[in-house]
Design a protein around this ligand. Structure first.
Ligand SMILES: CCCCCCCCCCCCCC(=O)SCCNC(=O)CCNC(=O)[C@H](O)C(C)(C)COP(=O)(O)OP(=O)(O)OC[C@H]1O[C@@H](n2cnc3c(N)ncnc32)[C@H](O)[C@@H]1OP(=O)(O)O
Ligand SMILES: Cc1cc2nc3c(=O)[nH]c(=O)nc-3n(C[C@H](O)[C@H](O)[C@H](O)COP(=O)(O)OP(=O)(O)OC[C@H]3O[C@@H](n4cnc5c(N)ncnc54)[C@H](O)[C@@H]3O)c2cc1C
Length: 662
């Protein structure tokens, strides 16, 4: 039995798919999750959770109000607090995230930002004494924290943040103040009602000099009563497109006093007399954002996978229409259009996750380097993660929406749960820096790289940039995936140079740097996308080449083939400058045959992610494939169906109909 999720009593259509799989899904899980050890730990954690009945959802999330969702997640967090140490290694971030995903799902909760930004901010920005004071308390969850940076009037442009932290040497205190309505902190997750502490980013002012955004550790609420402290205005910003289990909040300060040692001082310092020491790198205070961006390829890959698990399993049990055999309708997964809709996204999800591993490791290494005083890797990682977060969030949104449509009408029902996954995932296009803005951050780096090449300094090019200095060469498309990498290199190189040349020409024609930049911006974002997609493709191929297990490697090569053919066709307008339209036709044929080759392994490829039914929260995506009975049960559980006649019928519709009869 190669696909470990084959069970007696499952829908035979899914069992048939699982029998067809040509590889061991446990082995694939070990590849996906980076090690056999962690893949096993995931399964053990899931298994342990299932033995604690209080951790189960009390009813489907889709039938809960916002207040119920928040209360339900708090209830589970309090149950979890009794079990942390037996469920996970609390020092292992990946185990903690898996636990959160399983038990609390993706709609947000009181600790949404505590693990992802509050603790990482303390780790990266607090000095040793400050860590001594707060980090242990935060890790033990004695306090709940969030990351409060964005304001109502400014999110992207951090240099324009209005909240001030003014230092007074006479009292050795900062005064935090919100000077205008637009300066209200707006959006921070878990700020509104849950957190009693926050890392607040404010403009540091000493003796009328503005030193820009700096992080401060701020107590927001009384630890006994949970009431906001005097001088603090805090609340929830209201319902959102999704992610409604989280209390994203607003926060204002009215001349709020903060002791001097509450500025996070690992990298920049304010002495008692007000002397300011600047950090070793101007943007070191932005590291919490880089941390989250470095995780986003992995997290978005997992969002996309969740939608694909649902859509692929459902497509294997949904029968609609006929092909050759007119005696039985076919599984919709057999339609080429369905495969074309889903399989390239499976390939992208694998690719994102492999990239995610790399960027998480790069961030961890950077953290060590910075602690040792070496900030030289910051620009490279900032550029890489800025592009990556933008491309993966956009493509994940596209992939999830295709998965929803691939489920037909039932995909539109909350029973599929795909719309929630979509809503949460596309938040990533905005948070941690709006995508266009972050593509333009990468573009700055690309332009500087071209300038290095132009001035004969190619040796100074950063990692991944050497291709910008290479000449175009003939591409032999029969030479395997590397040839497709070459197509991407050609296209990205040409676009990066074209956009840079345009920017330079506009400046030469008399435009200011900023105006020339703005007039080249669309071309620059295109360059950034191509460069990032090249990186994703290269990482995917590199990772697959490193695999030794023959059956795993074989199916991943099939997946790489889907990926490279699809990606090159997707950039057809750029690729046409390097390959002929006849060659594109042949790539198209190869794509169709690679979809065919992948078809028998489709279910096993998504089963390999081993996302439990509890985590998936989808009737359509159930592991056992018993969709229809459970769809009916789910609908019967709708609050509207708990009574035959709704009060609104008696109050409004009946009198209206009765009146019409007179
Ligand atoms: C289950 C779990 C799953 C989890 C999912 C659900 C959870 C949800 C969680 C939701 C969580 C959501 C949480 C949230 O959303 S938290 C809020 C997130 N907010 C943002 O991300 C704001 C975005 N804005 C910025 O980051 C800055 O303002 C930017 C970067 C745009 C400009 O900035 P600035 O105006 O200051 O700079 P500049 O443009 O003049 O550039 C000047 C130079 O600086 C370099 N530079 C810039 N930045 C960096 C850097 N970092 N490292 C190294 N270098 C950097 C840059 O390359 C340039 O270099 P050069 O070209 O001059 O050489
Ligand atoms: C679900 C969610 C969770 C969040 N959680 C947090 C949190 O925990 N803590 C926190 O502090 N914040 C949080 N945020 C806020 C988030 O980080 C900001 O919304 C984000 O950084 C985008 O900034 P903005 O809203 O100012 O967008 P804007 O900058 O106003 O973007 C509006 C438009 O202007 C364009 N634009 C802006 N600047 C430029 C430019 N220089 N060049 C070209 N185009 C430009 C953008 O591309 C976009 O099209 C969250 C947001 C969401 C949606």
């Amino acid at each position: 039995m190669l696909n470990k999720s084959i069970m007696d009593g499952d829908n035979p259509d899914l069992t048939e798919e699982r029998m067809k799989g040509a590889f061991d899904t446990d082995k694939m899980a070990a590849v996906i999750y980076g090690s056999e050890k962690f893949a096993i730990r995931r399964r053990e954690i899931t298994e342990s959770i299932s033995r604690i009945p209080q951790l189960a959802d009390s009813k489907p999330f889709s039938f809960m109000t916002r207040e119920e969702k928040i209360s339900e997640s708090c209830r589970k967090l309090s149950v979890l607090s009794e079990h942390w140490n037996q469920l996970i290694d609390t020092n292992n971030e990946e185990e903690a995230l898996h636990l959160y995903r399983e038990v609390l799902g993706l709609e947000g909760h009181a600790f949404s930002l505590h693990e992802t930004m509050f603790i990482p901010s303390l780790v990266a920005q607090a000095n040793d004494e400050q860590q001594e004071k707060w980090l242990g308390r935060a890790k033990r969850r004695e306090i709940i924290g969030c990351y409060a940076q964005t304001e109502m009037g400014h999110g992207t442009n951090l240099r324009a943040l209005e909240t001030t932290a003014t230092y007074y040497p006479s009292t050795q205190e900062f005064i935090l103040h919100t000077p205008t309505e637009t300066a209200l902190k707006w959006w921070p997750g878990a700020l509104g009602k849950s957190s009693n502490y926050a890392v607040v980013v404010a403009d540091l002012v000493i003796r009328d000099t503005h030193y820009g955004a700096h992080p401060f550790m701020v107590q927001l609420r009384d630890e006994k009563t949970h009431n906001p402290l005097p001088g603090i205005t805090v609340g929830d910003i209201g319902p959102k497109m999704a992610f409604n289990g989280a209390d994203n909040g607003f926060l204002g300060f009215n001349q709020y006093k903060l002791p001097r040692d509450h500025m996070l001082m690992r990298h920049s310092r304010v002495e008692e007399n007000g002397t300011y020491t600047k950090p070793p790198h101007a943007k070191i205070g932005y590291s919490s954002m880089v941390k989250v961006r470095s995780r986003m390829a992995m997290d978005q890959g997992l969002f996309m996978v969740s939608a694909l698990v649902i859509a692929v399993r459902y497509s294997a049990v949904r029968r609609q229409g006929f092909l050759d055999d007119k005696s039985r309708e076919v599984k919709v997964l057999d339609y080429q259009t369905q495969q074309h809709r889903l399989f390239p996204s499976i390939a992208r999800a694998y690719a994102f996750i492999f990239c995610g591993f790399e960027t998480i490791q790069l961030y961890d290494q950077l953290l060590i380097d910075v602690k040792n005083g070496d900030t030289s890797g910051m620009s490279d990682l900032h550029a890489l993660t800025s592009g990556l977060k933008s491309v993966v969030t956009h493509q994940t949104g596209e992939g999830i929406e295709q998965a929803r449509m691939a489920c037909g009408g039932h995909g539109y029902s909350m029973a599929s749960y795909i719309s929630e996954i979509y809503g949460v995932a596309i938040g990533g296009c905005t948070y941690e820096g709006e995508n266009m803005v972050m593509l333009l951050q990468l573009a700055r780096y690309l332009v500087k790289s071209v300038e290095l090449v132009k001035t004969g300094k190619s040796k100074e090019l950063g990692p991944m940039m050497n291709y910008l200095a290479e000449p175009d060469t003939q591409i032999d498309l029969t030479s395997g995936p590397e040839a497709y990498v070459k197509v991407f290199q050609h296209a990205a190189r040409r676009q990066v140079w074209k956009a840079t040349d345009k920017f330079h020409q506009l400046m030469e024609s008399g435009q200011s740097r900023d105006i020339a930049w703005n007039n080249s911006a669309v071309e620059l974002t295109r360059a950034s996308r191509l460069h990032t997609r090249l990186y994703i493709m290269e990482t995917f191929i590199r990772r697959v080449s490193s695999i030794s297990d023959v059956s795993i490697k074989k199916v991943l090569i099939d997946l790489v083939n889907v990926h490279v053919n699809y990606e090159v066709l997707d950039i057809g307008t750029y690729a046409l400058e390097h390959v002929s339209s006849t060659q594109l036709d042949s790539i198209r044929s190869q794509l169709y045959s690679s979809l065919d080759t992948l078809r028998p392994n489709a279910v096993s490829l998504i089963d390999s992610f081993q996302i439990s039914d509890m985590q998936l929260r989808s009737v359509l995506g159930r592991r056992d494939g018993h969709v229809y009975t459970n769809l009916f049960e789910w609908a019967k559980a709708s609050p509207l169906n708990q009574t035959h006649v709704l009060p609104s019928v008696n109050q409004y519709l009946k009198p209206m109909m009765d009146k019409a009869k007179l």
